[in-house]
Design a protein around this ligand. Structure first.
Ligand code: CP
Length: 312
């Protein structure tokens, strides 16, 4: 496996499936039912230059459940970044302090930059409107948990496909497993061309539908992946206002859905999924967030060269 996880290009399909198998084995550890100190003595640097709840906390939970420890950058405003320290200098220092690092940064490409600067493994926890591959691992884990497979599913991605880094990474991975993708967004938030161009399976084009119609896509979908409109990435607040609240999924909208259809969301949500969806059989976003712990446990073990014992 590559030293770093910057985009899903860093993983082969076989490596993805093997990581998901490892994650599955780690479920009792993530639930606190089993103690397995595989990463005892290892130190994770949580370098979050942008807000995060799930990614930061699930990395920390994963490391601690496996017996390791964590140092956090903490509030960026209380770090030497405000004195003008460069990302390069900060990461070179972390390279000496810790064994592995998770990085979230507002600048697209920052994770690759940090990976090139460091000898330790860098895990991209989101770089601007670029990629979020560790989120994709937990998304894939959740989808496989529900369907027992990844290939051939019909997945609809909804909302901010332009700035939403989760869908950039996820669409790439799902294409490689031969999924059929539907992109649902207003035209100004459509999937970037450079992501679109990469959506192939074994070099062959996959089936992709582009539409603005969420309700029309519900009956066919196996997975509906909702996303938040990324207010913080809009250069102009008026442009955000034009699309804010454009998609709002409620329980009534799901009447024609397949029984086994699941709704995912990387979270946080704003208003794109009504709370009345939470009680439906389709809602899986909180389980999805939990799965971030096992997915990141499996990833850190792999990058640190620690094998996960197989059951009897
Ligand atoms: N899904 C996700 O990246 O959530 P956070 O921004 O809370 O980390």
């Amino acid at each position: 496996m590559n030293k770093d996880l910057i985009t899903m290009d860093d993983l082969t399909n076989e490596e993805i499936l093997s990581l998901l198998d490892d994650a599955d084995r780690l479920l009792p550890v993530a639930h606190g039912e089993e103690y397995l100190p595989l990463l005892q003595g290892k130190l994770l640097a949580n370098m979050f230059f942008e807000p995060s709840t799930r990614t930061r906390m699930s990395f920390e939970t994963a490391m601690k459940r496996l017996g390791g420890d964590v140092v956090n950058l903490g509030d960026v405003k209380a770090s030497s970044a405000v004195k003008g320290e460069t990302l390069y200098d900060t990461m070179r220092m972390v390279d000496g302090y810790c064994d592995i690092a998770a990085l979230r940064h507002p600048r697209q490409g920052a994770a690759q930059y940090a990976g090139d600067a460091c000898s330790i493994s860098i895990m991209n926890g989101g770089d601007g409107a670029g990629h979020h591959p560790t989120q994709t691992l937990l998304d894939l884990f959740t989808i496989r948990q529900a369907f027992g497979r990844l290939d051939g599913l019909k997945v609809a991605m909804v909302g901010d496909l332009r700035y939403g880094r989760t869908v950039h990474s996820l669409s790439h991975a799902l294409a490689r497993f031969g999924c059929e993708l539907t992109f649902i967004s207003p035209s100004q938030l459509s999937m970037p061309e450079e992501i679109f161009e990469n959506l192939t399976c074994d070099g062959e084009e996959i089936e992709i539908t582009v539409t603005e119609d969420l309700l029309g896509a519900i009956p066919e979908a196996d997975v509906i992946y909702m996303t938040r409109i990324q207010k913080e990435r809009f250069p102009d607040e008026d442009e955000y206002t034009k699309v804010a609240g454009i998609y709002k999924l409620s329980a009534d909208d799901l009447v024609g859905a397949k029984g086994e259809m699941i709704i995912l969301h990387p979270l946080p949500r704003v208003d794109e999924i009504h709370p009345d969806v939470d009680a439906t059989r389709h809602a899986r976003y909180f389980e999805q967030a939990f799965n971030g712990v096992v997915a990141r446990m499996a990833l850190m073990c792999r990058l640190l060269g620690v094998a996960i014992p197989r059951g009897d």
